[in-house]
Design a protein around this ligand. Structure first.
Ligand code: IPD
Ligand code: CA
Ligand code: CA
Ligand code: CA
Length: 260
């Protein structure tokens, strides 16, 4: 087995173990705290899953730097050189709390700033999307083909709720030019829909752990993952991120208003 295949086997094992803990955890009371405001939650499960992944990564990959959403106060330690693992233990914490559904667990692995492996686990559907540049993308053991290069008019688009409500950069016009808008409350779940061709684009303000895994998987399927203005993403910074087919990216950029 080569070393990436070993990494795949380990990460899949950890993510399935985390899934078991999460589902067991629903039988107990979930402890919830607010962070920056009432819509920004963290639970005992976000913390436990992140701590579990960090402990496993440090055990099996001692040279790795780990960036996790719930320990992001260590920002001074962020770097792109060497092996960097970016973790979002539960993406869609609000859905986790309110719905016990529609959330993901995500890990992105980079080497010297280049994406090597992305893993997005749709926990309640038990669907693990994983892969990388030389491997392609799989849903569990089924290989995914690149989605059709559908334009904006013929596809659904995911838009971060505040962007749509405030018509940020003219995104209401983008929404009206599409076949319809879908808002699921989890960047991971929304990106999975673009991978599968169920949506033609997703645009939202995202932090590094929201897009780290999805960027690797989407690019492995010939999708575009850039800022809303078509610039390269900085993997350590938060940005207005657009994940889209090439045609939808072109259509969206022709409608987006210039940044003020
Ligand atoms: C959030 C979700 C949400 C997106 C937010 C993210 P979290 O992640 O992905 O869909 O709109 O920007 O912060 O905080 O639940 O991991
Ligand atoms: Ca969060
Ligand atoms: Ca999270
Ligand atoms: Ca997230």
């Amino acid at each position: 087995m080569d070393s990436l295949a070993q990494m795949d086997a380990l990460v899949k094992e950890w993510m399935h173990a985390a899934r078991t803990e999460i589902i067991q955890g629903f039988k107990q009371k979930i402890a919830v705290w607010t962070k920056s405001g009432r819509n920004d939650l963290v639970t005992n499960m976000d913390r436990a899953v992140e701590a579990y992944y960090v402990e496993k990564i440090h055990t099996f990959f001692p040279e790795a730097v780990v960036i996790g959403e719930e320990c992001h106060h260590q920002q001074d330690k962020y770097q792109t050189s060497g092996w960097v693992w970016v973790i979002d233990p539960i993406d869609g914490t609000m859905n986790f709390v309110k719905q016990q559904d529609h959330f993901a667990s995500m890990i992105g692995v980079y080497h010297n700033g280049v994406g090597v492996r992305g893993y997005i686990f749709d926990v309640m559907n038990d669907d693990l999307f994983w892969g990388g540049p030389e491997k392609g993308v799989f849903c569990n053991e089924t290989s995914l083909q690149p989605p059709l290069d559908t334009g904006l008019r013929d596809g659904l688009i995911g838009i971060g709720m505040p962007y749509l409500v405030h018509n940020y950069r003219n995104l209401q016009q983008v929404a009206l030019a599409s076949s319809g808008v879908r808002i699921y409350g989890s960047a991971g779940i929304q990106i999975i829909h673009v991978l599968q061709g169920k949506c033609t684009a997703y645009v939202s303000y995202l932090r590094p752990w929201d897009f780290a895994a999805g960027k690797i998987l989407a690019e492995a399927l010939n999708l575009q993952v850039k800022t809303i203005d078509g610039c390269t993403l900085d993997m350590l910074s938060s940005s207005d991120v657009l994940v889209a087919t090439k045609n939808a990216q072109k259509d969206i950029q022709s409608l987006v208003a210039p940044a003020r």
